[in-house]
Ligand binder design. Structure first.
Ligand code: XMP
Length: 326
């Protein structure tokens, strides 16, 4: 039997009952596979790895070792949420590595987008590998592979995912959600008790804010981007747009314009809002955000975020514009 093929008889998991049955089944399967051995998981805080972590904690508890690498390019509060949920609430064996300086030092003065992606992906593997080699007795590697990853034989996800691991790592894989579609992973995550803010999270590129802090990343501009993005997310949440819009974020280009603040000349960067709807990310349309909300977001960002003096709304569908700016 091809274990990478979803049986045609498998029902789409859309209810808590079906999710609970799936969870019970997977707990038994994981226990059987792993026995009393240890399992390592790169926990990014994204939906897939979070659900795998929660499932494995239920199945094998402290035999699971989660490693969360903060590359310094996370959105505001994300690494803190990983620690709060997994270490404090679920009592996971969690290793937290703040590698911000390593990543930002390497990225200094690098403006070419693909080069930035390569540096971030390569360094991620290095940091994870270093941590893994410090641990003893690890026999398995857990991964948040989902069914579309298997179906996408062109390897899009492999290219996209920062969490790609070194090929010489000799671990047997544990992939409990590999036959599930994204919507099913979310239902299972909710049944496992993960917070909605984690399970319903919008897609976030592996290189994180690195591809939204356009050109060569500086700490001050990255900080401004993170703060502006947090305001955008908060306002979209309050307006209920988080449930309606597929992906929304801020990009901050490496250019300044003149402005006035407190009656003085104030040079700052523009914050560009992008809010798109799509089903497959291959093409995307622009969400019609109410003007009143755009004005409110503009007022907040320009008042609260140091370094930003204009807010722009990107009206370009994909094609021609890609979703990300880099
Ligand atoms: P584009 O910009 O190509 O994005 O229209 C399509 C979707 O893919 C995400 N994206 C990435 N995801 N690593 C990722 O994991 C990347 O390097 C990357 N680049 C784009 C993007 O956020 C959108 O959802």
């Amino acid at each position: 039997m091809d274990t990478n093929k979803r049986p045609e008889t498998m029902e789409r998991i859309a209810t808590k009952e079906l999710a609970d049955a799936f969870i019970a089944e997977q707990i038994a399967a994981v226990k059987e596979q792993v026995g009393d051995k240890k399992v390592l998981l790169a926990l990014s805080g994204g939906v897939d790895s979070s659900v795998v972590a929660a499932l494995l904690i239920k199945a094998i508890g402290k035999q699971l070792v989660c490693v969360h690498v903060n590359h310094g390019l996370m959105r505001k509060g994300e690494s803190e949420q990983v620690i709060e949920v997994f270490r404090n609430q679920l009592d996971a064996n969690l290793i937290y590595i703040d590698a911000t300086d390593r990543f930002l030092d390497l990225l200094k003065d690098v403006s070419e987008p693909e080069k930035k992606r390569k540096i971030i992906g390569g360094e991620f593997i290095k940091v994870f590998d270093e941590e893994a080699s410090k641990l003893e007795g690890i026999s398995f590697l857990a991964q948040g592979t989902i069914y579309p990853d298997i179906l996408e034989s062109d390897g899009v996800k492999a290219h996209h995912n920062v969490g790609g691991l070194p090929e010489d790592m000799q671990f047997e894989l544990v992939e409990p959600v590999k036959l599930l579609f994204k919507d099913e992973v979310r239902v299972v995550g909710k049944a496992l008790g993960l917070p909605a803010s984690m399970v319903d999270r919008q897609p976030f590129p592996g290189p994180g804010l690195g591809v939204r802090c356009l050109g060569a990343i500086t700490r001050d501009r990255l900080h401004a981007l993170r703060e502006a993005d947090a305001i955008l997310r908060e306002e979209f949440d309050n307006a209920g747009l988080n449930e309606k819009v597929w992906q929304y974020f801020i990009a901050v280009p490496d250019m300044k314009s003149v402005g006035v603040k407190n009656d003085k000349r104030y040079e700052g960067w523009p914050a560009i809002i992008r809010a798109v709807n799509t089903t497959d990310a291959m093409s995307a349309t622009i969400e019609e955000i109410p003007y009143a909300l755009l004005h409110k977001i503009t007022a907040r960002i320009t008042a609260e975020v140091e370094g930003i003096n204009r807010v722009l709304y990107d009206l370009t569908p994909k094609p021609v514009g890609t979703i990300e700016w880099e």
